[in-house]
Design a binder for this molecule. Structure first.
Ligand code: 2NE
Length: 305
């Protein structure tokens, strides 16, 4: 049994009449929890699951009082076992609209772009596309019974996106190749040693510990957290990542008097007055002043060349 970490209240999603595949809840202090509820298939996701997760993520993004998201799976046997193989069609996973898609790849991007921390709370299997879901989360708290690994090449699939290059950034190229080429399963402790998991706790304590981590994040500056997440992602997300980071800068600039003057002047059909806002910009630190000893040593070194 997993001990409850706090009191959860259901969140209705206006865009969807009823949730069938996930549960979406929150605490009074700003933690949202998204639970994949398909335990009979080890919480495998189908297009409907991803649609519901996308709506929940959009809601979390647009609700200022939600400050952090926990992603998890129902029960103790699995976090998520990846794409539901029974929903796999000719060129992807097929939902109600009959169109084959790999919508989980879009979900990864949404999770990366969410300017709030996402914590994976993992009990049991996090394999295949379920492993990549936890990988894309900002932090992972794992129960002692958690099992990690890629299964794609066993079932004729792979994730060449975050599941490959980002995995390799975390565990290194050799290990990432081992994970994909051999499709082995790794214990929670092995995953922690590889840097895939932040902490491992007894199963009963999984939610209590995850909420503890979440509340430590909640104590911090939300803007600093949003910017540092965007900055860390910018490294791997190219222009899209820089755009996310720049978006945070623009959001803050819009809130300044200088930013507001531009808009106001345009609407009042006058020239903007930016002079009062000229201020010192960031400057590089001046080069270190060489001490006499350093200069002598450097002179001798150059003389030997
Ligand atoms: C997860 C794992 C290791 C669990 O094993 P075990 O022994 O605990 O359970 P069992 O009996 O295998 O599974 C219980 C039930 O869940 C279904 C099984 O078919 C079984 O059904 P029944 O026999 O009771 O009717 N089930 C489990 N995982 C499922 C899945 N992914 N889709 C549909 N049904 C599933 C073991 O079950 C396992 O290895 N599962 C398969 C993991 C897997 O290969 N996932 C897909 C990888 S590809 C992917 O996710 C992907 C991608 O690579 C790229 C883009 C998008 C997705």
């Amino acid at each position: 049994m997993i001990r409850p970490g706090c009191i959860w209240h259901p969140i209705p999603l206006r865009a969807l009449p009823a949730l069938t595949d996930i549960r979406y809840e929150r605490t009074a202090d700003g933690i949202a929890k998204m639970t994949i509820c398909r335990p009979s298939v080890r919480n495998a996701f189908r297009p409907q699951t991803l649609r519901e997760l996308e709506h929940a993520l959009m809601h979390a993004r647009d609700t200022p009082s939600i400050r952090l998201v926990i992603l998890t799976g129902e029960g103790t046997l699995a976090f998520c076992s990846g794409g539901d193989q029974s929903a796999r069609g000719h060129g992807g996973y097929v939902g109600h609209d009959g169109i084959p898609r790999l919508a989980v790849l879009d979900l990864h991007i949404m999770m990366r772009r969410l300017p709030k921390v996402v914590i994976a709370m993992v009990a049991g299997y996090a394999v295949g596309g379920g492993h990549i879901l936890h990988l894309v989360c900002d932090l992972t708290v794992a129960a002692e019974n958690a099992v990690f690994g890629q299964t794609g090449p066993k079932v004729g699939s792979f994730d060449g996106g975050y599941g490959s290059s980002y995995l390799a950034r975390i565990v290194g190229q050799k290990k990432a190749r081992e994970i994909w080429f051999l499709c082995r399963q790794y214990s929670a402790e092995e995953a922690r040693a590889m840097g895939l998991v932040n902490t491992v706790v007894p199963l009963e304590e999984l939610e209590v510990e995850t909420v503890k981590w979440a509340r430590q994040v909640l104590e911090k500056s939300p803007t600093a957290i949003a910017c540092i997440k965007a900055a860390m992602n910018a490294d791997g997300d190219g222009h899209a990542g820089l755009s996310q980071l720049a978006g945070e800068a623009t959001r803050m600039f819009y809130q300044s008097e200088e930013g507001k003057e531009g808009k106001k002047a345009f609407l009042e059909k006058r020239k903007p007055q930016f002079v009062p806002y000229v201020q010192e910009t960031l400057r590089p630190t001046p080069p270190t002043v060489m001490t006499a000893g350093v200069v002598e040593e450097e002179t001798r070194r150059r003389a030997k060349l």
